[in-house]
Design a protein. Sequence first.
Lengths: 798, 187, 396
Amino acid sequence: MEVEISRRRFLQGSVAMTVVGGTVGATSLLSAGHEGEHKAVPGIPSTVTTKTSTGKAEEIPFLCGICVNKCAGFARVEDGIVTKLNPNPYFPKSRNMLCPRGNAGIQTTYDPDRLKYPMIRIGERGEGKFKRVSWDEAYDAILNGTDRFKGLKQILEEEKDNRATIGYCNGEGLSKEGFETLVGQKLGSPNYVDEVSICLETAGGGFFATLGVYPEIDFEHTDYFIILGANRAEAIITPDTQDMFKQTKRRGIKKTICIDPRFTNTAAKSDKWLPVNPGTDLAYVLAMTYVAFKENLHNEAFMKKFGVGYEEYKQHILSHKYTPEWAEPICGIKAKEIYTMAREFMDAEAPVIYPGRRSVFSPNDYQLRRAMGIFQAMSGNIDKKGGYIYGNPIMLKPEYVNAPIYAQAEGRFDTEGIAFPTLKSGSWIVFRNMVLEGKNPYPVRAMLMRKHNPMMSVPNSAKTAQFLKKMDLNVMIDILPSDTAMYADVILPEASYLERTSPVKSYGFLEPAIVQRRAAIKPLYETKEPEVIYKELAEKLAKPLFEISKKYDKDLQAEITKRGEEKVFEEDGWNLADAWEKPVHEANQEAIESQFGKKAWEILNEKGVYYPHIEEYHKQLNPNEYQYYPKSKRFYSTMGDNKKVICKYDHLATKGIDTMPTWHDEWKFSVPEGKFRLITGRHAQFTQSGTTNNAMLRDLIPTNYLWINKRVAKKMGIEFGDKVEVKSEVGKVELLAYPTEKIAPNQTFMLHGFGSHSEGLELSYGNGANDATIIKDDIEPTFGAAVMHSTNVEIRRV
Amino acid sequence: MARYGMALDYKNCINCKACEVACKEENGVLLGADKHRIWVGVNEVEGEWPNLDIISNTFLPSQCQQCESAPCQEVCPTHATYYDENHVVRVDSDKCILCSYCMNACPYDARYVDDRTMTVDKCTFCSDTRLARGETTTACQNTCPTKVRTFGDLDDPNSEISILLKTREHFSLKTHLGTKPKLFYLT
Amino acid sequence: MSIKEFITSIPVNKVGVKDLLNFEKSPRNLLVAGLTLLFLAFFVIGVGNYLIHGHEAYGVTRQHPWGLLIAVYIFFVVSSTGMCIVGSLGDVFGFKDYEAISKRAIFTSIVTILAGFAVIAFEIGHPVRMMIYNVLTPGLTSAIWWMGTLYGLYLTFMIIEFVFLLKHDMKKAKVFGLIGLLVGLAAHSNLGGVFGFLNSRTISNGVFYPTYFILTAFITGIYIAFIIMGFRYKLDFPEKIRVMLVNLAKIQGLLLSILIFFETWKMLTGVYGGMPGRADVVKEIVSSWPFWAEVLFGMVIPLVIILKSMGKNVIGMYWGSFIGMIGIFFMRYDLVHDTQLKPLQMMKTREYMLPPEWVHYFPSATEIMISLGGLGIAILLYYIGTKLFELDADEH
């Protein structure tokens, strides 16, 4: 095993360091004993930051994997070490940039705390005691178990091949579909929970139901902009962030209004910031809709043409008297402001109310997004320049997966309290809670997990811990020893995004493109690329699990009798590894060449980006900006008369959801005296819980602080940096206080993703507070998505 | 040969700190909050919730101003601080004796001590990394999400920066001290 | 006369280590000896710490790069220049009353500047590099270059003058003494200029420091004159010496009054107009205790002692000089610290921090040890000098 470099030595700053490709440093007058001990490890830089040299280097096109945006870049590789990540100017979506996390990907890849080799659990779940094993031993443990935990073979045998006893979860990424193929389609489990039910499922669903699209925005031609509950300066979404802030401050966009309970960095870039009570944005939007209807400011002809149930909606709004005066005490925005905004919005040439993309504030989120979609449509500014864009995404031909049919597999059960449970990814909270409360109709005994950290991302982490402990088998595929990995029985280390080639993907509506990431370096230590893991695991599991299916699956038995076992095994998809016959790079080449031609593949392979006519359209305009598509070729309007604005959605009534956005008083905002409403959010330097161990990013924000209003803090005797305890009805945490006027006196905020309990993460362990510990597990009724802003907490100094 | 400067469209800045990270990655700068060559400054927001003064929270990215009349260059006893051929203010770490006079003389807090060489360090406009390789952008310019920075040759009338400075109003910091900074904030 | 002959003909007492230990074991002397040994031990420990940990052993930061060691260096070179001035009164300008102290004063000026160099050697990051590149690629616009070079020359001239004094060659001593004095004054005002040239620090910029340095040098010189004469004669002064000391005290009274006058106007004009960078810093300075230590110990108390007796109370002035030297130390420390009080960059660079207000600094243990060590070195060298050389003036 290679010598690992202690992180403390990186951070000491007095280490005798050799800098790759550059000048040699180190001239403290005497060199101390401890510095000379570490050996340089081949392929791993010996310092936290490396200086780029002027020597030979390769530039490999990659896609950043730290967040959902997949910004394209070129990795500069010198002597087998990635020394710098530079932006790739060919990808329209990322607009030739890399954010702080994108740049810091080097520190994630070379994180000394990386999972380096497969491990199996030898202690208790959550203790973090593992022993190193070989890949074969790890796969074997998954199949056959050990004395500490059961294997899939035993579990499925006992459950008579009910594949639904296996649950699986996965986080967003380019290899996500592969894992879904493995566990969902090949292994036959229907019980999948992913990040959407703790994120944007409801927002996306609301817009889809209303407009048929979750739109992009053409900021270049927008002239009036309301952004509510989205913090694009700190929660970066490409290309929105880049486009938006070049137009604010009265340049292209004449007026930007930010509506957010907290004074975020986005508010700092707006012309006006109006604080709103958490979870009451719906009242505000309804009031604006009322003003538009009452004063006939909206585009009546447009709505008559494209609206479905428009007249009823108009009647509904007016008769409910959702006036600004009614809305003011509920949402906290002055009636005068609401009148002005509604009038200015409808009067503008290209107004936009920003759709937003985040987790749920309150149970009324679905209706909020519906109301926002309708309000935008009322201005007529959809499917055109300066408005909501439907665009023309490039559709890649879907991969065909030969999935076996499991007769014994039962269906999803996580439907309690949900009107429209999604078949694919259910609801994390309902799934988990029902299993904990014994409400599942059959046992769920295994969790196969990948690139997901529910201990820190799903509200009420005490319950998540219980849930994970209840399983007979937990498998985790990840790159860092996260909190959730501590509850795994078998850990399989994955190669990070700089170490792997991933399946191609298409992004963008207005300026669509296809992107591919290529591995900049070989997988470090003993890690393997995800697709290799899927294939090897599938190979290991295929035959033994086939034997079990043969025993219990009557349909399979019938087929075998008809056609013989060999044929059935190969042709009906029981050979689980056949989905990964070709390595990813080859599969990509085949797919692209067949759909777009050889030249397209050459361009994609070299530049990492391809779209039709790229060579003709792509130009550099000035040192900073590029043209991706000329304006005449961008897909501003693609829907023609096929647009629909569903104002009244009758289908919702079948499950007790309002067919039109309606206010209910149970959604009013109130905080008991002496308590605070906890709200969540992002800073641009971190992505959820995955980056808190990154040495470079931790340098920017060392820990998370609790925002508390300055005057309230003064009364409570709390000063900057004081330790405080935050307690809710589901848990309590401790962190440092940050008195600021940027938050309301009855609210509080902490950055998400800190407070890890995993000792394997040297920088994250015990650093800050985990908000999932104290957020209540409320759900919104439409899809069962997690509501994040309903928790009231107590704060006291410790 | 050239006379390098930088124009900053600072209203675009979202204080994401991508520039700080890119600078450290490109130039191998040590971690540590006081070991930065470039930074984004922001004042504490004024007012009391909910009446907050948005303008008081403006983000101002800053770094070494590469002054034409640099006080740091004047006060260096060993000529370790010098102007290179592109009029970028550089530090020759072989000559620096760490008397720290330049750290006190710089009105912009642009200098700090590099613990590895025990000499003074600062922004070099990526002269020994990107510019030495023939690239035309600095790390901070290249990575910025909202393209705040434009680096270029002030002596070239057709360069992007020259055109920007001729067509947009701009200001510089602490010009009353006579340092003639080459960083221009476009308003 | 060849150089070898020249050097061997310098009147030096033969002194061994035993002779060094042979002094009157009075409580006063034992106290001083004990402190000196303690300070020397501190010096060794402090330097050892610095060699292992580098600049991290010091409390200096990016915002406050000049710390206690710079202040102590200035303290020693001020003392040196001051002693040079006091010494020059006799042998350069020919004032008979002050001839008694010339030799001793010149020797003290050599000793203090050596102590100052010993301290600064461990503050400059690369002292060897400095000696090479100050010559190869000098920064001729740099006040530090001029100061360093001129102090080197000044030391040389002081040594030469001292040699001629030892040899009773008053004519040559006068020549080198004059040159040394002028070079010393130039060096010292350049040291003031180090602060005076800073256009980034409006509190320090301008004419005040270069000129005030010379004034305070003279004041410091007189304080030290009292101290070394008090030690020499055990407070039992012969008439000639007493007359000299009374005259010095009167001069001191005048100088202190001028200093108080200058300082008052400096503070007043600083506050006037509310100029940011000056007015707020002055208000901050005036409300902090080191400033009042400087004023009280360095100026007011000694002045009161002088005025009360119109300079005749030499014993009182002897004790007053100790108080004065404490005040002088604070003057040096304040000078260095006040220049850096106001952060140059007043914005927050991170979300989770308090906005910058005043720069805080406190010397680290290592810095304090090296500083005290410098004092120990000065005392030790002076003591060796009293044994090696005949420092009293010749009786004509």
